[in-house]
Design a binder for this molecule. Structure first.
Ligand code: CS2
Ligand code: MN
Length: 358
């Protein structure tokens, strides 16, 4: 595996490439053209400039998170082909720039959903948290206001104000889209993009829905083992793969994370590894990565990745806000660096005990 950190670009991120370069064992970053809107074609010069900036700092651009999918594609409106054509052009340009992993999600309207961005834990750190009660008490428009008020001035991925300004319209578009329709539209999209993925060796890595159930009555399908295996089968091409995000699948305690990893051998192209602490089945918070701080056994998760021969990029995903850092919630430097070091330590121990060098 290759240990990486997500980096939003020098215009948007409080963390610098120099800092990332100094985290032991981190050799790459996962980035994006953060200023582009879903549906837009990415310019080659912007892709190359991003890549060069990262390489000049001594790191590798290990993949893109995300090239976001326009709602027309998810809804399946008559103009979806135009947006898929744009997506294919972007993939072509990424492939030509020697970039071979693209993370995306197929969540209607919202990306991830949390109800608190700065819940205070007993040690004084702050973390993202979710309670179903809080979601049930909110309407979606208020959700956006509460999220953006708490974001330390950053624009959160998937919560761009331009999109959220049309939130009512967006909900209207999805009125007739249920789980089956969403599956059909995902299949249509994947079948259209697979030829360009085959040509350039691009691994598509779908990110799970977070939390892994329907919120505000919107359909959500990338939530459990049965659905993800259905998706792998419905477009049975190794380039149709997944981002295994322990913190997202793990929101549903019925998901057996190591078992899911083992069932996806050869199809996990990217891994997000983080821990959650459950206070009840509908109230969880994002703990430190360490197993004993949360609910998941992180050793078993890393072992399952090892056992299936996972060799893609991995990242610590969200971290707590500690040591008075002010950054985008979940994306500060310090706790993610601790997470990377811890995951690297688990990996080293697993490799040594199993007699493989890395
Ligand atoms: C990420 C997601 O911050 C996060 O929770 O894991 O926003 C992820 O980048 C997207 O869902 C992938 O498109
Ligand atoms: Mn994730």
């Amino acid at each position: 595996m290759q240990m990486t950190l997500r980096w939003y670009g020098s215009k948007y991120d409080t963390v610098t490439l120099k800092q990332i370069r100094q985290i032991p064992g981190v050799t790459g970053v996962i980035s994006t053209l953060y200023g582009t809107a879903p549906g837009e074609v990415w310019e080659t010069k912007d892709i190359l400039a991003l890549k060069k900036e990262i390489e000049d700092a001594g790191l590798q651009l290990a993949g893109i998170e995300s090239v976001n999918i326009h709602d027309a594609i998810k809804v399946g409106t008559p103009d979806r082909d135009r947006y898929i054509d744009n997506y294919i052009t972007t993939l072509e340009r990424l492939g030509q720039a020697d970039i071979h992993m693209v993370c995306y999600n197929f969540m209607p309207v919202f990306d991830w959903t949390r109800t608190e961005l700065a819940r205070v834990r007993p040690d004084g750190s702050t973390v993202l948290a979710y309670t179903q009660e809080a979601v049930d008490a909110l309407n979606p428009e208020d959700m956006f206001a509460s999220i953006s008020n708490d974001a330390n001035g950053s624009i959160l991925p998937g919560w761009e104000p331009e999109r959220m300004a049309h939130i009512k319209e967006l909900f209207g578009m999805y009125r007739d889209v249920d789980d089956e329709k969403l599956f059909t539209n995902l299949k249509y999209f994947l079948e259209r993009i697979m030829p360009v993925c085959d040509k350039y060796g691009i691994n598509m890595a779908i990110h799970p829905d977070d939390p892994a159930w329907s919120v505000f009555g919107l359909p959500r399908i990338i939530i459990n083992k049965a659905n993800i295996l259905r998706m792998m089968k419905m477009v049975d091409n190794p380039h149709n793969g997944v981002t295994f995000c322990s913190g997202s699948y793990g929101t549903n305690l019925e998901n057996d994370l190591p078992d899911m990893i083992r069932s996806l051998k050869g199809r996990i192209h990217f891994a997000h590894v983080r821990n959650l602490k459950f206070n009840s089945s509908t109230d969880f918070e994002e703990s430190a990565h360490l197993s004993s701080d949360g609910t998941f056994d992180m050793y078993e998760i890393m072992l399952a990745l090892y056992d299936i021969g996972f060799d893609g990029p991995i990242r610590p995903d969200h971290g707590r806000m500690i040591w008075d850092e002010v950054a985008m919630p979940g994306y500060g430097l310090y706790d993610r660096a601790l997470g990377a070091a811890y995951l690297n330590g688990l990996w080293e121990a697993i490799c040594k005990s199993r007699g493989r060098s890395e």
